[in-house]
Write a protein that binds this ligand. Structure first.
Ligand code: FAD
Length: 471
């Protein structure tokens, strides 16, 4: 087949890992293609989970619901009188869909701009042919010198409880077409907290069932404790250490039986969101057929250079595990394209920002105090509250604080943890300073504009050596 198209780089999957790898590969001069199967409303839609049914639509709904809550509850103290607001859920969903359309269309535009050939449908490894791979790209056989597997992840279902009807995963939870009276959420992780918050703000009574004994166990203890207090105050009803039993649904809703503190509880919900983690998506790849090695949990096995066991086949993003985050996936996309070009691509896994877009928001980078101590490090910490910050008071949102964890000997920043309004935007400077190996002193000596929320970051760094000015 000498007429078969040959690409330098062929990417399977057009999510944050895959589309970014494709664009970077094209920028580096490679003849590049991307094959992606995702469809929205029956049409191809690039951008993967993140743009279509993850990061972007969830943030759009969080924004709408936060506005609704603010208008409902927070205007009177500003002297603003408003009649009780009404939510038009279909309009809210249409706005969210518009945001998604703009961004997924943007990826298609970037592919055209960078001359990335785009195939719509499944990509499947067929066979190795000399130094090249034959790939079935949406029904067209093409050849590729390098294949990048970036097929992402799918929501994990509870054993014996398929998604459908009133039992929804992330996609379904982003399309609920009227505010449920009673909403159950299984899993108190990032996705459960964000989606639970959306529907609570709009009036649902939200119950969150979590198997783990504690809350946000990956976060710093001080942050998790404050977050739980704030979320409970908002009316989220948490149950920890529960063991889920039978789940049944009929036309009117879902019945969940669970065990809590040794007793059997039966709860009735109008909708149930199951957010108990994500599983790697390798189904359509023909992994077995070509002998692509997966680990015991189904993730594609890679080395430090994202090489799989098959020569010329690489994998990145959610499908290789680690932090299942869009920005981690994107960085791997850039790094891998550069490695294929013989450059020194690199991802610093020690400084990945983690963000939960609830209200208050939660953000951190680096080690928690406990993790640092477990590593035998001698730590010092500084904490400063938003309640002592002029801008936060002006906003009417004094909740939360910033906590800085530094090495007691060297003063190097080990981790910074935040809870408060707008902290998703404050974590950026921390990541930059930590990337340069900066110290608490570097953060404390950097001028932060007044009045801004960022002054809390500076004060928390000063507090490490007990010299915060405004406390
Ligand atoms: P994906 O985005 O899953 O993309 C994989 C793509 O490959 C999909 O389009 C899929 O259809 C396609 N595909 C699979 N198999 C094949 C095949 N054989 N052939 C062709 N195409 C195939 N992360 C953040 O960083 N910030 C957030 O705020 C955030 N919010 C989230 C909210 C929700 C509700 C969810 C579910 C996730 C969220 N995430 C967030 C996680 C983020 O979406 C993922 O980490 C990210 O999408 C992973 O990117 P990826 O490219 O590896 O995979």
């Amino acid at each position: 087949r000498s007429d078969m198209d040959t690409f330098d780089v062929l990417v399977i999957g057009g999510g944050p890992a895959g589309y970014v790898a494709a664009i970077r590969a094209a920028q580096l001069g490679f003849k590049t293609a991307c094959v992606d199967a995702f469809e929205r409303g029956g049409k191809p839609s690039l951008g993967g989970t993140c743009l279509n049914v993850g990061c972007i639509p969830s943030k759009a709904l969080l924004d709408s619901s936060e506005r609704f809550e603010m208008i409902s509850h927070d205007t009177a103290e500003h002297g603003i009188q408003v009649a009780q607001p009404q939510i038009d859920v279909s309009k809210m969903l249409a706005r969210k869909d518009g945001v998604v359309d703009k961004l997924t269309g943007g990826v298609a535009f970037l592919f055209r701009k960078n001359k990335v050939t785009s195939f719509h449908g499944y990509g499947k490894l067929v066979r190795q042919d000399g130094q090249e791979w034959v790939v079935d790209a949406a029904g067209t056989e093409v050849k590729a010198k390098n294949v990048i597997v970036a097929t992402g992840s799918n929501p994990r279902a509870l054993p014996g409880v398929p998604f459908g009807g009133h039992i929804v995963e992330n996609s379904g939870a982003l399309q609920i077409d009227q505010v449920p009276g009673k909403l159950g959420v299984i899993g108190a992780g990032v996705i459960g907290l964000e989606l639970g918050s959306v529907w609570r703000r709009l009036g649902a009574q939200v119950t969150i069932l979590e198997a783990m004994p504690g809350f946000l166990m990956a976060a710093d203890d001080a942050i998790a404790k404050e977050a739980l207090k704030q979320f409970q105050k908002q009316g989220l009803d948490f149950h920890f250490g529960v063991k889920i039993g039978e789940i049944k649904q009929d036309d009117s809703g879902v019945t969940v039986t669970y065990e809590e503190n040794g007793s059997q509880v039966t709860a009735q919900f109008d909708k149930l969101i199951v957010s108990i983690g994500r599983v790697p998506n390798t189904g359509g790849l023909n992994a077995d057929g070509v002998g692509l090695a997966l680990d015991e949990r189904g993730f594609v096995k890679v080395d430090q250079h994202y090489r799989t066991n098959l020569p010329g086949v690489y994998a990145i993003g959610d499908v290789i595990g680690g932090a299942m985050l869009a920005h981690k996936a994107e960085e791997e996309g850039v790094a891998l394209a550069e490695m294929i070009a013989g450059q020194a691509g690199h991802v610093n896994y020690d400084v990945i920002p983690w963000i939960i877009y609830t209200s208050p928001e939660i953000a951190w980078a680096g080690l928690t105090e406990k993790q640092a101590k477990e590593r035998g490090l001698n730590v010092k910490t500084g904490q400063f509250p938003f309640s002592a910050n002029g801008r936060a008071l002006g906003h009417g949102d004094p909740r939360g604080f910033v906590k800085v964890v530094a090495d007691a000997q060297t003063d190097k920043l080990l981790g910074v943890h935040m809870i408060g309004g707008g902290v998703s935007e404050l974590i950026g400077e921390i990541v930059a300073i930590m990337e340069f190996g900066g110290s608490a002193e570097d953060l404390a000596r950097t001028i932060h504009a007044h009045p801004t929320l960022s002054e809390v970051v500076k004060e928390a760094a000063l507090a490490v050596d007990k010299r915060a000015i405004h406390m």
